[in-house]
Write a new protein. Structure first.
Length: 174
């Protein structure tokens, strides 16, 4: 998640720096849209940060992100980037360990805005929803969250947050 966040922030940096982004003007340049495949594999040791919490399991978890990012950059009348909107398309997260795996689709959107030399990263929607029949939710986040793009720390959150716990570990245990 944090690596994915840094990737989106890097896209924002390419679009322009916080110091030059300005409020929306009446007449704007048309937005640009890019579609990019994305794939990242992370190995998360016990106790390391993992999706709004830490890996609670006594073993490492492999997290495989795979899908496509659709990024739209909006401009003001001078052609200066003012907002970046990213969304996932056919994006999956697969958590695996000990020969077992559980997967979820992510359909959330991300909005990166800069004003007054500050960058705001806001996510909305269903980030992940891991459900195991007969057990229930293993891990889920949905709602609105604001994250510090420098540290990956959640500044504010409203909605559903079920961090990985004992049921998550049991589903991936040998």
């Amino acid at each position: 998640m944090i690596r994915t966040l840094h990737r989106l922030v890097a896209l924002a940096a390419v679009a322009g720096t916080a110091a030059i982004w300005t409020p929306i003007a009446a007449e704007a340049f048309p937005p640009t849209v890019t579609v990019e495949p994305y794939e990242l594999v992370e190995v998360i040791a016990p106790g390391e940060p993992m999706i709004f919490g830490t890996n609670p399991c006594p073993f490492a978890i492999t997290l495989h992100h795979q899908g496509t990012f659709v990024t739209t950059i909006f401009f003001d009348a001078d052609g200066t980037p003012i907002r970046l909107l990213g969304r996932s398309k056919a994006f999956t997260e697969t958590y695996s360990a000990n020969g077992r795996s559980v997967s979820t689709k992510s359909v959330a959107s991300v909005r990166i805005e800069a004003a007054n030399d500050e960058v705001t990263y806001t996510g909305r929607g269903n980030q992940r929803h891991l459900h195991l029949p007969g057990v229930g939710l293993l891990l889920a986040q949905a709602g609105r969250f604001v994250i510090d793009p420098e540290t990956g720390v959640v500044i504010s959150f409203s909605g559903l947050n079920i961090p990985a716990g004992s049921e998550f570990c049991a589903a991936l245990s040998p």
